[in-house]
Design a protein around this ligand. Structure first.
Ligand code: ADP
Length: 477
């Protein structure tokens, strides 16, 4: 198959969260399964070209916005054997010459223009493809451009919903601006809640197959509680909806070879050797950042501090851990200043020897923390798949999670972690207390659990094969 991915993120050159990791892991695995994969991404100015091989200009083409045709350069490059096309618009608003991927007032026009530019690139190149695989709202609009404006739309479209909370709500003029007459789409794309249009809704309507990132989340988004207004529409299209669990890139996330660790280890070592290596990582982290040794465990949370991740429960978990002789390391960022302020206040109220807060995006530090920690707590309100629990399992760090979405599909009480169902402080504290109690009173149980969880296979292989089957299904639909 000739598969073209179009995404706003790809690790390691443009990552805001899980989407970048998923794009990377899935394309690498599909390539290993002998599929021909091309990935199209914006050429963000912050991209570090040292990660790319053979980068060169491929072509120049024009793309439409607000009645004028704007110049673009298409670059080609290789990312560990996968063909990348990077679209560089020479747009007066410098759409991709910013320091971040998202978070600007003009995010809608930026990604609408990117979709339009990819469409014009297709026209310019006569690209041969069977499957066009789109990801979340930033590229959902391409499904409409491709099916309604392309002269011969032969490829089938697969849309993956990585997080239904973000839908790309926009104005009618955003459609007109890129040459889609809003009068035609006003009703079709009408947002179910707000007086706006909805790009993800367009993707759901136009895709031949829709996937989301775990079987449980596929069921959850059909309900009012999790569907963010799109549940009735998804109910109508549920025949084309499949939940496929994300994997992780097990070459990249590998405690045996990870260059950021103070001591490497693998599941093949003895229980004792693994415990020793993990404790070397832990002691080094404690020493470097002024944490004292504690009787209780080192617990972490790594992620975005936004409502989805349950920041109020994370704060309670930090307090509870410190109270119960443990210590906590938080590595998080937040686009919400109030949330950061609350966490800073909490930091000030706790002894620095027991609670360490990093308000930053730090890839290398995240690897070290995964290896050094005894537990990771993930009390999400909803979690489409979640990668942090999968990475933690690979590093022998036991997850304590709220059973929702992909967390429910990957973490099981007494088998590989500690779980709770109700989104409440009480339920979270019960699971956390059980974990701490086992750590203090039953160290043998915990030590034996570590190699067992490291032995689980969360590589992309199984899921990539399911995607292959889905592409075949799309081709005959
Ligand atoms: P989401 O996509 O909702 O943010 P996921 O659990 O799917 O959450 O993926 C999060 C990814 O981002 C993981 O690879 C995690 O290690 C990484 N990550 C999150 N926050 C940070 C941070 N502050 N520094 C480094 N890596 C982070």
């Amino acid at each position: 198959m000739n598969i073209v991915f179009v995404s706003s993120e790809i690790t390691p050159i443009a990552k805001a969260g899980g989407l970048g990791d998923v794009t990377q892991g899935l394309i690498f695995q599909l390539q290993r399964l002998q599929e021909k994969v091309t990935l199209i991404v914006p050429k963000y100015s912050f991209i570090d070209e040292k990660h790319l091989q053979s980068i060169k200009i491929h072509s120049h083409f024009k793309s439409y916005e607000k009645g004028i045709w704007i110049d673009n350069t298409a670059w080609t490059a290789q990312l560990e054997g996968v063909r990348l096309i990077l679209i560089e618009p020479h747009h007066p608003k410098k759409y991709f010459e910013r320091s971040e991927i998202y978070g600007y007032d003009d995010d809608i026009p930026r990604f609408a223009y990117f979709s339009r530019a990819v469409f014009d690139f297709f026209r310019h190149e006569n690209l041969c493809m069977n499957i066009l695989h789109l990801h979340d709202w930033p590229t959902a609009l391409l499904s409409i451009l491709y099916k309604d404006l392309f002269s011969k739309p032969t490829a089938k479209i697969v849309l993956t919903i990585h997080n239904i909370e973000h839908q790309g709500r926009c104005n009618t003029w955003d459609m007109d601006d890129i040459g889609l007459e809003s009068s035609v789409y006003k009703e079709k794309l009408k947002d179910p809640i707000y007086p706006s249009l909805n790009l993800l809704k367009g993707g759901i309507l136009y895709a031949d197959q829709i996937t989301t990132v775990s079987p449980t989340y596929a069921k959850e988004i059909l309900t009012k509680e999790y569907g963010y207004g799109l549940d009735p529409l998804l109910q109508q299209h549920k025949d084309k909806l499949t939940g496929i669990l994300n994997g992780i890139d097990t070459d990249y996330w590998n405690p045996q070879t990870d260059p950021y660790l103070m001591a490497n280890y693998s599941k093949k070592l003895s229980v004792k050797e693994i415990s020793l290596a993990k404790s070397i990582n832990k002691r080094a982290l404690q020493k470097k950042f002024g944490l004292t040794e504690q009787k209780g465990p080192l617990i972490t949370n790594i992620g975005r501090l936004v409502a989805q991740k349950g920041p109020a429960l994370i704060k309670k978990a930090i307090e509870c851990t410190v109270e119960k002789t443990g210590q906590f390391v938080l590595l998080g960022t937040s686009p919400i200043p109030e949330v950061l302020e609350e966490f800073s206040q909490l930091q000030k109220s706790l002894p620095p020897s027991k609670a360490l807060f990093f308000f930053q995006q730090n890839e290398s530090l995240s690897h070290w923390i995964y290896a050094a920690s005894d537990f990771i707590i993930i009390p999400s309100l909803f979690e489409p798949c979640g990668l942090t629990q999968l990475i933690a399992l690979r590093y022998g760090t036991i997850p304590i999670v709220r059973s929702t979405g992909g967390l429910k599909d990957t973490v099981f009480e007494t088998i590989n972690g500690y779980t709770f169902s109700e989104f409440s402080e009480e339920a979270m504290k019960k699971a956390l207390s059980n974990a701490i109690q086992d750590f203090v009173e039953n160290p043998k149980k915990i030590a034996n659990l570590i190699p067992a969880i490291m032995n689980e296979d969360h590589s992309w292989l199984v899921s990539a094969k399911v995607y292959q089957e889905l592409y075949q299904k799309a081709l005959i639909s």
